[in-house]
Design a protein around this ligand. Structure first.
Ligand SMILES: Nc1ncnc2c1ncn2[C@@H]1O[C@H](COP(=O)(O)OP(=O)(O)OP(=O)(O)O)[C@@H](O)[C@H]1O
Ligand SMILES: [Mg+2]
Length: 407
């Protein structure tokens, strides 16, 4: 491997990492980007799937042609097909004009189908046809159209499992998986953490004109030891938040510990940070618990606001109940659970009895969604994760409640 070439490519694509796993990925990009072959990018949330898709596009022969990104999980299933392949006027209520789909927009260029695991099976059939024959029928159309589009796809799902569940077509899977880039979770390449921390920190401090004195070696050590369930995205956000919070001092391990502990005090063992030796299952379970606790925190905040307000409220949401139902107590280690609960929260009285009959489920849901979006700076995926609903459901509810202005 020509390591100088790989380094240069990494630099120009902004892909950080000195580990073998990252280097191998960049090497593969170098080998396949200039072909028209479909590439599947797999990895947990925050591992850099979009960064890699951008790099492939920019290193391809189609780099001067359009690059169209479609988040299949964010477009309602019912309209995804027409968004991708276009429609003919009058083909369904609301189709007042002919409309070009993303595939035609991307003609001669590249399309990035993000969250391909969310694509409904009917649409998958059409996708397979475009991949195999370069042709498709717009919704309601009878004339075949032809396109020349290179497809990149990404997913954080295990498509083999989705095939077993009959959510994903086997033929499509075999068609797209020839070149698969498996992006490792950050906990599998912790040796890259120090470099990432340094780069993210410097970049953020420069961009925002903040004086920044660096991290102490023990602080870096702690960051390396943590399991980062939200992967590089979480690390980046964390580093940026530390820079905002530090007051011109070197960031120490106790500052890190306080902040990691502060964010997750309610979920994990008292011995934070989590050791990376934890199993994926364990880390996932902790992530779920963390989300429940964040939701509880939200409820507590809503409660606090309401308590200092002439109007209400202490209430329990449907989601809250659903989550409790889904995660029976037996699945949660009793001891940890008890430690996490504040007496105020476990009281069964989240709804102020006086408010019963005065607030609707929709009002509660709307407010919870609005505040969760705000908490995550309108990052839909994170908000959806915290609410434990799919991103698509979140988008639907945002439309339903007219919450777009909360951007
Ligand atoms: N190797 C990397 N080098 C530099 N930045 C990275 C790397 N991996 C991820 N990031 C950063 O982490 C954040 C998340 O990356 P990205 O959006 O590509 O992740 P993703 O896998 O698409 O996540 P999701 O599944 O949630 O969409 C971005 O800010 C990105 O710049
Ligand atoms: Mg992504």
């Amino acid at each position: 491997m020509d390591s100088e070439r790989i380094d240069k490519l990494q630099q120009s694509f902004g892909i950080l990492g000195e580990s073998d796993r990252i280097k191998e990925i960049v090497e593969t990009i170098d080998q396949v980007a200039r072909t028209d072959i479909t590439i599947l990018i797999c990895g947990e949330s925050g591992t850099g799937k979009e960064v890699i898709a951008n790099a492939i596009y920019r290193h391809s022969l189609r780099k001067h042609q359009p690059f169209v990104k479609v988040n299949c999980g964010a477009i309602p299933a019912g309209i995804l097909e027409s968004e991708l392949f276009g429609h003919i006027k009058g083909s369904f209520t609301g189709a007042v004009d002919d409309r070009k789909g993303y595939f035609e927009t991307a003609n001669h260029g590249t399309i990035f189908l993000d969250e391909i695991g969310e694509m409904p099976p009917e649409t998958q059939v059409k996708l397979l046809r475009v991949l195999e024959l370069g042709e498709f029928l717009p919704v309601g159309g009878s004339e075949v159209r032809r396109v020349d589009v290179r497809v990149l796809a990404a997913t954080n799902k295990d498509l083999a499992v989705e095939i077993e569940r009959e959510n994903f077509r086997k033929d499509l899977y075999y068609r797209i998986k020839t070149i698969t880039l498996n992006l490792p979770p950050l906990r599998k390449h912790p040796e890259d953490i120090p470099l990432m921390v340094e780069k993210f920190a410097l970049e953020f401090a420069n961009r925002n004109d903040i004086v920044f004195k660096g991290f102490s070696p023990t602080a870096i050590h702690l960051l390396r030891e943590y399991s980062w369930p939200g992967n590089t995205r979480e690390l980046k956000n964390f580093v940026e938040s530390m820079i905002v919070l530090q007051k011109g001092e070197v960031i120490t391990s106790s500052m890190i510990e306080k902040r990691l502990l502060g964010e997750r005090r309610s979920i994990s063992s008292p011995h934070l940070p989590m050791r990376i030796t934890k199993s994926v299952d364990q880390a996932e379970r902790e992530l779920i618990l963390q989300q429940i606790m964040m939701l509880r925190q939200e409820l507590r905040e809503i409660h606090d606001v309401m308590a200092s307000n002439p109007l209400p409220l202490k209430y329990e949401t449907r989601r809250e109940m659903e989550i409790q139902n889904r995660l029976p107590h037996s699945q949660i280690e009793e001891k940890e659970y008890e430690e996490q609960e504040s007496p105020e929260i476990i009281s069964n009285d989240l709804i102020n009895p006086e408010m019963l009959g005065k607030v609707t489920l929709a009002e509660v849901e709307k407010e919870l969604i609005q505040r969760t979006l705000k908490k995550f700076n309108n990052r839909k995926r994170q908000a959806a994760n915290a609410l434990r609903i799919s991103e698509r459901t979140l988008y639907r509810k945002i439309n339903e409640y007219g919450l777009e202005e909360s951007k």
